[in-house]
Design a protein around this ligand. Structure first.
Ligand SMILES: Nc1ncnc2c1ncn2[C@@H]1O[C@H](COP(=O)(O)OP(=O)(O)OP(=O)(O)O)[C@@H](O)[C@H]1O
Ligand SMILES: [Mg+2]
Length: 443
């Protein structure tokens, strides 16, 4: 039964009991029995009794309002209890660290996962400045400025976004973390204050796994590049051998002039520099990437990749067409990883055109528009069948025979471009496939 009826009903029953008792007492005082005729008679004799008859209504209404008030308070109390219980269950069972801070940056709540991830106990964290606890020293100032700017303007780059940051553990080591921050308002006596809840996930393992994949794919690309590299190294070696041989012959005949020998030694030196540059590049390419993002020239990346792959492309009888814009084509990224992406696209194009009878051509374009810097690679390898198109960026998806493809090339490339805040897409064009990479341009 609904509480309105319950409380009003109780009030009315009490009211009537009160009225009947009043009538009975009145009648008994004057020595009469409380019969209906006597009751009517006392109403006629004494009109004040009519007022007493209002008691059921007055009590009914007051019971109704008291009941309603009680019910409301009880509901609020149990709602507060329930939401506290839900909040505690949520905080305790979350896999991600959940940290709540007030508008001064002080921690007000901190869950069990946060204890495990950051190494501080609840009581050590609550009430402390968040920046001093978990933000590496070099980012603290930026964090405080960001919080201040947000409170002043209501705008902040991190709110409502998922971002990767470096976080600090209690023991001093830093680790990569993914953070999502939301803002909410808490009511105080006379106003409402901002508070922030941060969901933080330790992504060390994910990063390691991604780095291992990148490395695995890179090593397989390195293997595929062996022919090109051997050729690249062979050229300076040949030049050195010839210069040394000629000098030696002239010296043994006694016809070597100072100028002649000088020129030959200079040439030898030049060529060793070239050979060691190639070796350095290979070494750098093979090394596990640990670089910071830095401005790199998209045109230079494509040119470097082409020079590493040049001989292979020539052997495969592929014509290379390059259309590079003269604009400033700076992007923010890792040059070696970017090169790896272009090499993956080139190897895929070579494979796609291996069997083709017709024209074998790769067209590489680098240009800029208001969406950013674009790098496109088009081939004439008859394109990608529609049914496999949605799958080619999946890890380990390959249509190549065992031992030929690992299916990592495109998935790794996708990850690299994604990490640089860019996108890579594919479409089929007339007679081939076109991959387009778009990255934010840096001015
Ligand atoms: N240019 C292209 N033309 C036609 N098909 C392509 C092209 N690029 C990629 N593909 C298809 O996408 C698949 C996945 O490519 P991905 O580079 O990820 O792996 P893979 O080349 O098979 O192996 P890996 O690159 O690891 O040696 C390829 O097996 C191929 O079927
Ligand atoms: Mg590939």
């Amino acid at each position: 039964m609904n509480y309105t009826f319950r409380y009003t009903g109780t009030g009315i029953i009490f009211g009537w009991a009160f009225v009947f008792a009043a009538w009975a007492i009145d009648l008994l005082i004057v020595g009469l029995m409380p019969t209906p005729a006597n009751i009517i008679q006392i109403h006629i004799n004494n009109p004040v009794i009519f007022i007493v008859d209002m008691a059921p209504i007055v009590l009914g209404i007051s019971f109704y309002y008291f009941g309603k008030l009680y019910q409301r308070l009880y509901n609020q109390y149990s709602e507060a209890q329930n939401s506290r219980a839900r909040f505690t269950a949520l905080m305790d069972s979350a896999f991600d660290a959940i940290i709540i801070i007030d508008d001064h940056g002080l921690v007000t709540d901190y869950n069990a996962a946060a204890e495990a991830i950051f190494g501080y106990k609840y009581r050590e964290a609550v009430g402390k400045d968040l920046a001093a606890l978990i933000i590496p020293h070099r980012y603290r100032e930026a964090h405080n400025q960001g919080l201040k700017a947000f409170l002043e303007t209501g705008k902040g780059p991190l709110i409502g976004q998922r971002v990767e940051i470096e976080a600090l553990h209690h023991d001093g080591h830093e680790f990569p973390a993914e953070v999502a921050i939301e803002k909410f308002n808490i009511l105080t006596n006379d106003s409402s204050d901002s508070a922030f809840v941060g969901f933080i996930r330790d992504i060390t393992e994910r990063k390691d796994a991604a780095a291992k994949l990148i490395q695995a794919s890179k090593l397989s690309t390195l293997g595929e590049m062996a022919t090109s590299v051997a050729h690249e190294l062979n050229q300076p070696l040949n030049v050195i051998r010839m210069a040394a041989g000629n000098s030696w012959r002239k010296i043994s005949k006694g016809t070597a002039t100072y100028e002649y020998l000088n020129a030959k030694l200079e040439r030898i030196e030049e060529q060793t520099v070239r050979a060691s540059a190639i070796i350095d590049h290979m070494r750098m390419f093979g090394r596990e990437a640990n670089e910071e993002l830095e401005p790199i020239n998209a045109r230079a990346v494509v040119t470097n990749a082409l020079s590493l792959m040049g001989e292979q492309l020539r052997l495969a009888g592929i014509e290379i067409v390059t259309k590079f814009s003269e604009d400033c084509l700076l992007i923010l990224g890792h040059s070696i990883q970017m090169e790896q992406v272009i090499l993956n696209l080139l190897t895929n194009a070579i494979d796609a055109m291996a069997e083709s009878e017709g024209e074998k051509k790769i067209t590489l374009r680098v240009f800029k528009d208001d969406k950013g810097v674009h790098i496109t690679a088009e081939d004439t390898g008859s394109g990608i069948p529609e049914d496999i198109l949605p799958r080619i960026f999946e890890p380990f998806y390959t249509t190549k025979e065992m031992g030929k493809g690992t299916g990592l090339g495109l998935s790794v490339s996708y990850g690299i471009i994604n990490d640089m805040n860019g996108i890579i897409v594919v479409d089929n064009i007339d007679g081939g496939a076109r991959f387009t990479i778009t990255l934010p341009s840096v001015s």
